[in-house]
Design a protein around this ligand. Structure first.
Ligand code: GDD
Ligand code: MG
Length: 363
């Protein structure tokens, strides 16, 4: 079976992290976002994953080289000359996706995180019969206006309407960005920039050939900092519910915390709830960290306090400093000792020598 992950787009809402690498490679719980997806695809028998990309191909090729071996799945790049939207890339990779077997293929948005119940999705897809061209996984959200809304029959799952970013309320079940599609749907997609949400799904739904399955468990689009931290909390809670074997247990730990085995935590720290600490990180004595993710190689010095923030790769937070309120530090940022950062968004490679009292971008 094959899968395609949509990894285009510039990830502007996740800047400054996406100034260092494409959004799909930004870490989430100590692994690049799409590694969570590729692992789940492999588990249900996917043997080849197509990454549909439109920029930063060099970084992507490095990723593929490293992870093809680590994950034991064939990973190929399908590069667009110019952005092809969310359907065009399927036409571009048609020869791989339609391998003649008639088997369905998976399509995933790269910025969504959930428990990936892909076997359930496969079983559901098969149960809808030959005529079905696709299954969309859906989830319920509070504010559906920034998503694609799916109106469907709760009994059969048959989709009645698909409305992308609706201006008026049509329903609260939204497209979770995970699809299982029949090769037949490829006949509807031309090799040009096309939106699957606006130009393909509404027609398939009209013909009664589109189905939806409600996603069990949590779901989040982690394409912006606030949602990223909400996703972190949900993902760690889910790991806890699954037995918590991966979660960190140690002195001073509060709630769900993930610590890479190579990270070092000092004495007298209070870590958690909802914290992930990446590979090679060093946390000094007496540090206090909550609702935060610390990327690979970063350091939090003695007695620093970090909450509700994202600390980019190899950044350093000085002693007794306080970083809070959705501060996002890009790669290799240095925050000197005893400073206060309130909602500071800091571009890569900056040195912060004075406090930032109110939310702002530090160029
Ligand atoms: N290859 C490629 N080329 N990928 C693209 C392009 C492109 O031109 N444009 C967007 N993508 C990728 C993005 O990287 C992302 O993984 C996915 O397509 C969806 O794009 P977003 O920009 O993240 O869309 P969205 O979040 O506003 O809405 C989409 O996701 C929602 C769920 O999070 C839609 O699919 C909605 O219907 C859905 O509810
Ligand atoms: Mg998105």
């Amino acid at each position: 079976m094959k899968a395609l992950i949509l990894v285009g787009g510039f990830g502007t809402r996740l800047r400054p992290l996406t100034l260092s690498c494409p959004k799909p490679l930004v870490d989430f719980c100590n692994k690049p976002m799409i590694v969570h997806q590729i692992e789940a695809l492999k588990k249900v028998g996917v043997s080849e994953v197509v990454l549909a990309i439109n920029y930063q191909p060099k970084v992507m090729l490095g990723f593929i080289e490293e992870y093809e071996k680590k994950l034991g799945v064939k990973i190929v790049c399908s590069r667009e000359e110019s952005p092809m939207g969310t359907a065009g890339p399927l036409a571009l990779a048609r020869d791989i996706l339609d391998d003649g077997s008639g088997d369905p293929f998976f399509v995933l948005n790269s910025d969504v995180i959930c428990e990936y119940p892909l076997q359930k999705a496969l079983d559901f897809f098969k149960s809808r019969g030959e005529g079905a061209e696709g299954t969309i996984l859906v989830t319920k959200v509070e504010d559906p206006s920034k998503y694609g809304v799916v109106v469907f029959d709760e009994g059969t799952g048959k989709v009645d309407r698909f409305v992308e970013k609706p201006k008026v309320f049509v329903g609260d079940k939204i497209n979770a960005g995970i699809y299982l599609l029949s090769p037949k749907i490829l006949d509807r997609i031309e090799l040009k920039p096309t939106s699957i949400e606006r130009e393909v799904f509404p027609h398939v739904a009209e013909e009664g050939k589109l189905f939806s399955m409600v996603l069990p468990g949590y779901w989040m689009d982690i394409g912006q900092p606030k949602d990223y931290l909400s996703g972190l909390k949900l993902h760690l809670a889910s790991l806890g519910q699954q037995g918590g074997g991966e979660l960190y247990k140690g002195e001073g730990v509060v709630g769900n915390v993930l610590v890479h085995p190579t990270a070092k935590i000092g004495k007298g720290c209070v870590i958690g709830p909802d914290v992930s600490i990446g590979e090679g990180c060093v946390v000094g004595d007496g540090a206090r960290i909550s609702n935060t993710t610390i990327f690979r190689g970063a350091q939090v010095k003695d007695h620093a306090f970090v909450t509700g923030s994202i600390v980019g790769w190899d950044s350093i937070i000085g002693k007794w400093s306080r970083v809070e309120n959705m501060s996002v530090l890009g790669e290799d940022v240095v925050v000197k000792d005893e400073l206060h950062l309130n909602g500071a968004v800091v571009l890569p490679h900056k040195e912060i020598k004075a406090s930032v009292g109110s939310p702002q971008i530090i160029l």
